[in-house]
Every structure is written in structure tokens, then in C-alpha cells.
Design a binder for this molecule. Structure first.
Ligand code: ACO
Ligand code: ZN
Length: 176
């Protein structure tokens, strides 16, 4: 049976693109975008696990029903990357936008919406790993206030290092 998208699934818009919460009928689209855009790929069970546990922080970008990007995240409890304390961290597991749709602000909108959702899950700061050679992604994260916290040596299976990047999430009293 077809699942008609509800208006409340839309959390933001960027031009003609809608940022929506992921639903399981979009799994094949998201897995295809992940394979097209990144060497780090996962079994379908991993996508479903993230969706079931952190549904508001698994988002897609869609234009005329075509999925062109996604972000998926989780919340972890552990040592802060910003100070010496235990804290809840929002972890960006994976983000990608299809080549024909880049530099339009889609990743920015996905990341901002995910940060808001992760705050609702109690996250106090954000963290992610990114290849040290991935200039577009590093530029995106820096623009949104992330800082390089440390280098994770040989983090990727091909031996490349990662930057661990992190940022503090602001307490907001002006948002609903
Ligand atoms: N070169 C330099 N800066 C860039 C580039 C680029 N190619 N792309 C984005 N940026 C920076 C710019 O500052 C840009 O602002 P501007 O366009 O006003 O100059 C800013 O990031 C925001 O760009 P968006 O349009 O929001 O980003 P986009 O929708 O194009 O998506 C992304 C960026 C996700 C990195 C995309 O290039 C992509 O899918 N790459 C392949 C997959 C990938 O590397 N994902 C991240 C892996 S790490 C992880 O998942 C935790
Ligand atoms: Zn990670």
C-alpha cells in the first residue's frame, strides 16, 4: 500500500526541495544515494536501526518525489569532545547529496534540521568523523560551527585519517 506523505513530515524547505523525515519506503533510494556518494556503505538493517531509534534525526531531501539527499544520526552518551564531562552527543553517521543537486544549501538544511532533532533527544553537542581529504564536507561543517578536535589515524578501511569534528549545541529558549 502506498504511504502518502503527510505535511507534518516536512520539517524545512530549500527552494523547491523539501526536507522530510525518512520513512521506510525510501530505504532503497537512500541506500542508492549512499552507495553513489560515499565509500562507507551499510546493510539495510543499520539504516532501519537508526530510523527506529532516532526517527526525527533521519531526514531526506526530496524534489517532486525524487530523493536527492539524506542525513542519518544517533545519540551517544560518553566523554565530551568540548570539555571533561560525560554528555549526550549527537553523532552524524552519514550525510550525502546527489551530485546534480549540490551547492544549493541542501546539506546545510539537512544538518540544521538534524541538529534540532538531536537537541530534542537531549544532545548537548554534535560530533562526526570526516576524511581529511574531504574538503567540501569539511567546509560545510566549519561553516556550521564545527571544529577539528583531533585526527583519528587510519580511521577508514583504506587507511585514510579522519578528523573528529565537534560543536556545542546552543540552549534555545526562543524556539518551540
Ligand atoms: N567545495 C568547497 N566548499 C563546499 C563544497 C565544495 N565542493 N561543497 C559545499 N561546500 C561548503 C560551502 O561553504 C557551502 O556554502 P556555499 O555554497 O554558500 O559556498 C557550504 O559547504 C554548504 O553547502 P551545501 O550546498 O549546503 O552542501 P551540499 O548540499 O552541496 O552537500 C556534501 C555537501 C554533503 C558534502 C556533498 O558534497 C556530498 O554529498 N558529498 C559526498 C558525500 C560526503 O562527502 N558526505 C560527507 C561525509 S562525512 C559524514 O557523512 C559524517
Ligand atoms: Zn561516525
Amino acid at each position: 500500500m502506498e504511504r502518502l506523505s503527510k505535511e507534518e513530515d516536512v520539517v524545512a524547505t530549500v527552494g523547491d526541495y523539501k526536507i522530510k523525515v525518512f520513512s521506510a519506503d525510501k530505504l532503497a533510494d537512500v541506500m542508492r544515494i549512499n552507495k553513489t556518494c560515499l565509500p562507507e556503505n551499510y546493510p539495510s538493517s543499520f539504516f532501519i536501526y537508526l530510523h527506529q531509534n532516532f526517527p526525527k534525526a533521519f531526514l531526506i531531501a526530496e524534489k517532486d518525489g525524487e530523493v536527492v539527499g539524506y542525513i542519518m544520526c544517533r545519540v551517544e552518551y560518553g566523554l565530551s569532545n568540548m570539555g571533561i564531562k560525560l554528555t549526550r552527543k549527537g553523532h552524524v553517521v552519514s550525510i550525502a547529496v546527489m551530485p546534480g543537486h549540490r551547492r544549493k544549501g541542501i546539506a546545510t538544511a539537512l544538518l540544521r534540521a538534524a541538529e534540532k532533532a538531536l537537541k530534542e533527544y537531549g544532545a548537548k553537542e554534535m560530533m562526526l568523523e570526516v576524511r581529511v581529504s574531504n574538503t567540501p564536507a569539511i567546509s560545510l561543517y566549519k561553516k556550521l560551527g564545527y571544529k577539528e578536535v583531533k585526527v583519528l589515524k587510519r580511521y577508514y578501511s583504506d587507511g585514510e585519517d579522519a578528523y573528529l569534528m565537534a560543536k556545542e549545541l546552543e540552549e534555545d529558549d526562543d524556539e518551540k
